[in-house]
Ligand binder design. Structure first.
Ligand SMILES: Nc1ncnc2c1ncn2[C@@H]1O[C@H](COP(=O)(O)OP(=O)(O)OP(=O)(O)O)[C@@H](O)[C@H]1O
Length: 367
């Protein structure tokens, strides 16, 4: 297996559309990297540049020890010589070809002998659990099976790198869970260096060894799923990877007497939080890090925020999505117990889990 390394890669379309801006990304050998970001923020461009379907405007792309693209050095290795497999968003299966021929296509391009093609196609179809569909046309397959055919076609030429562009977006929610588990399992079995791009945090959190978050072509953070979720670099990352309540306010006092004053949401912060007084700040807390209780709780790990009224309490399979109103501020809570509408509850934030962001830069300064 190989590592993939993008060094200060910039891609500008036309005169001014900056799709990627000095992207620095190292995908280790055998690693499953998920690149996430909103629509139009450069994810597909990044994959196409690694595949060689697009030339960077600046920077270098390495696959293993080979420099495959460097405008500065006049190097550009075309896709067919990069040994990369790609699964496109729409799977791009040929409708008039049977599954066997779809999978065999890249091998025929390489002019492999017929018996070798037959062997490789059957082998990969077996691994992907689609051996019984080889004689059918794509339209005769379920969405999940079509996706497997697309993956089989990408893998059959035994690429060193697998690139996947939103591979689950055509699948409905229930199949998506199985499909994710399947992709993770195959990737682990084959140990193939993989880059998957998605706008769906669930894909990223469940699949990735590491996640890279892109915003307007700029890498915001690269880290383990737990790091990106628990220690997001900034407000953009924090709210893109999961739900988070955000409150604007300022820091008051210091040392053991440090407070956050956000109007309705006022609270004492953990001691020596290290943020200067008078600083404008945004306090963030994820819904699952809030505790609601009908009675007062005495627990050093919980920060008391105030009394609120339950406005919504919805069952969401083993948990409840609750909306509490604290004066005029609404707070989203994920709770293990349900509450009656209109009920008064005490609201606590888990002290270990609060995050404070600088208001100007939106960067994480505590948490
Ligand atoms: N061939 C092109 N010509 C001009 N602009 C392009 C081209 N391809 C992409 N762009 C622009 O580059 C930016 C990044 O696009 P890209 O397709 O990489 O985003 P994305 O994050 O993959 O979005 P999506 O999730 O919608 O596919 C966008 O502003 C897009 O309009």
């Amino acid at each position: 297996m190989v590592r993939v390394y993008l060094h200060e890669v910039t891609k500008i379309f036309g005169k001014s559309v900056v799709a990627l801006d000095k992207v620095e990304l190292e995908v280790k050998s055998g690693e499953f990297m998920v690149v996430m970001g909103p629509s139009g923020h450069g994810k597909t461009t990044l994959l196409r540049i690694v595949a060689g379907l697009e030339e960077p405007t600046d920077g270098e792309i390495w696959i293993g020890d080979i420099l495959v693209a460097s405008p500065g050095k006049g190097i550009f290795i075309p896709p067919k010589d990069r040994n990369v497999g790609m699964v496109f968003q729409n799977w791009a299966l040929y409708p008039h070809m049977k599954v066997f021929d779809n999978i065999a296509f890249p091998l025929r391009l390489k002019r492999l002998p017929r018996n070798e093609i037959e062997k490789k196609v059957r082998e990969i179809a077996e691994i992907l659990g689609i051996a019984e569909t080889l004689d059918r046309y794509p339209r005769q397959l379920s969405g999940g099976q079509q996706q497997r055919v697309a993956i089989a076609r990408a893998l059959v030429k035994e690429p060193q790198v697998l690139l996947m562009d939103e591979p689950f977006s055509n699948l409905d929610a229930r199949i998506r869970v199985t499909a994710r588990a399947f992709v993770k399992d195959i990737q682990r079995k084959l140990g193939i260096t993989t880059i998957l791009v998605t706008h769906d945090p669930a894909d990223a959190l469940t699949l990735a060894d590491r996640i890279a978050v892109l915003r307007r072509g700029v890498v915001q953070q690269i880290g383990l799923p737990s790091e990106v979720y628990d220690k997001p670099a900034n407000i953009f990352v924090a709210s893109f990877i999961g739900d988070i309540n955000l409150f604007e306010g300022s820091i008051i006092g210091k040392g053991n007497e440090t407070y956050f004053d956000g109007g309705d949401v006022k609270m004492q912060l953990p001691p020596n939080i290290g943020i200067p007084s008078n600083e404008s700040a945004i306090l963030g807390i994820r819904p699952e890090d809030i505790v609601l209780s009908k009675e007062i709780i005495s627990n050093n790990d919980l920060i008391y925020v105030g009394k609120g009224i339950v406005e919504i309490s919805e069952f969401a399979g083993g948990k409840f999505n609750v909306m509490v109103k604290l004066q005029s501020t609404e707070i989203r809570v994920v709770s293990s117990t349900s509450f009656r509408l209109g009920e008064m509850v005490h609201v606590y934030f888990n002290a270990q889990r609060i995050k404070v962001f600088d208001k100007q830069t939106e960067k994480l300064i505590y948490g």
